[in-house]
Ligand binder design. Structure first.
Ligand SMILES: [Ca+2]
Ligand SMILES: [Ca+2]
Ligand SMILES: [Ca+2]
Length: 303
């Protein structure tokens, strides 16, 4: 019940009431500038022009958006340009066309849908969660992304809690403000808490975001004597998330005080990198006191 996502260091703790307030440290702001790719540093630049035109048309025919019906007087349409998507896929280009199959397998069960723009091209990509195996006791749960531009990627959820509680993907949220959306998915549950995993798409591949090399398991929930959760931090309040804050608390005896641990992570290349651990002997009101108890991440809670 204590794992709020990778080793919460018991040394980095403090006491605090669950309604926690404080100030963000100035150094955190500096870290925010370095660790997070800043506002619109769009790394994923969709090339938009399909390079390998099938066969005949030499002049690149713009995009394959079929929407415009009344093309005025352009007589470019010469020889049946049927955009066959099955042509030579040479190397894995970043975003426009991903390899893989976006369709669900025939034996998919308990399938649920969600959406996230995982490649940041402006089109919502489809997220699936489903099981395969014996319909009574499904033996494998999967997460799958079907890219709006074609292709797909599948991830086998191996968390033991998945068999009992099922897997469900949430809609996306951009945790690091880089323009691509990540998403949380329920991968396990207990009596008073739910285990959420964080997932990302890197180079067309759906990956389970790790903490210290371990697939992320973020606990959210509360009981009489404990609570845990996580939230998004927009440190510089520019509308783009900078960090993920993971926290947990244990009630001290019969008091209303809780021993709280809170850790800031930055999402970088499919990993949650440690940025700052709360505590360090500080108390509320100290300049370095980490703020939390604010807003939950959008689309972060079990549905
Ligand atoms: Ca997309
Ligand atoms: Ca992102
Ligand atoms: Ca920000």
């Amino acid at each position: 019940m204590e794992r709020g996502g990778g080793g919460l260091d018991p040394h980095l703790t403090m006491r605090r009431h669950p309604r926690f307030r404080g100030l963000a440290i100035a150094s955190v702001l500096l870290l925010a500038g370095t660790a997070c790719g800043d506002d619109d540093g769009d790394t994923a630049t969709p090339p938009t022009t399909s390079t390998t035109s099938p066969s005949s048309s030499t002049t690149a025919p713009a995009t394959t958006a079929p929407s415009t019906t009344a093309a005025p007087t352009t007589t470019v349409a010469d020889s049946t340009t049927t955009a066959g998507p099955e042509t030579t896929t040479t190397t894995t280009t970043p975003s426009s066309q991903c390899p893989g199959d976006g369709a669900l397998p025939a034996d998919a069960q308990y399938a649920t849908l969600a959406g996230a723009d995982v490649d940041g091209d402006g089109d919502v990509d489809t997220l699936h969660a489903y099981a395969t195996g014996d319909p009574d006791t499904p033996n494998q749960w999967w997460l799958q992304v079907s890219f709006a531009g074609g292709g797909g990627s599948v991830y086998a959820v191996d968390h033991p809690g998945a068999l009992l509680s099922g897997v469900r993907a949430n809609d996306g949220v951009d945790l690091n403000g880089d323009g691509t959306e990540e998403f949380f998915a329920k991968i396990g549950a207990g009596a008073s808490a739910t285990i959420m995993g964080l997932f990302d798409v890197i180079d067309c591949e759906l990956v389970h975001v790790t903490i210290d090399g371990t697939p992320s398991e973020l606990t959210t929930g509360a009981s009489v004597g404990s609570f845990s959760g996580f939230e998004c931090l927009d440190i510089d309040v520019n509308g783009a998330n900078d960090f993920l804050l993971v926290y947990s608390g244990q009630r001290l005896g019969d008091s209303n005080d809780f021993e709280v641990t809170a850790i800031q992570y930055a999402l970088v290349d499919g990993e949650l990198d440690l940025i700052l651990a709360d505590g360090l002997g500080m108390t509320e009101g100290d300049p370095g006191f980490m703020e939390f108890g604010g807003e939950e991440c959008p689309n972060s809670q079990p549905g």
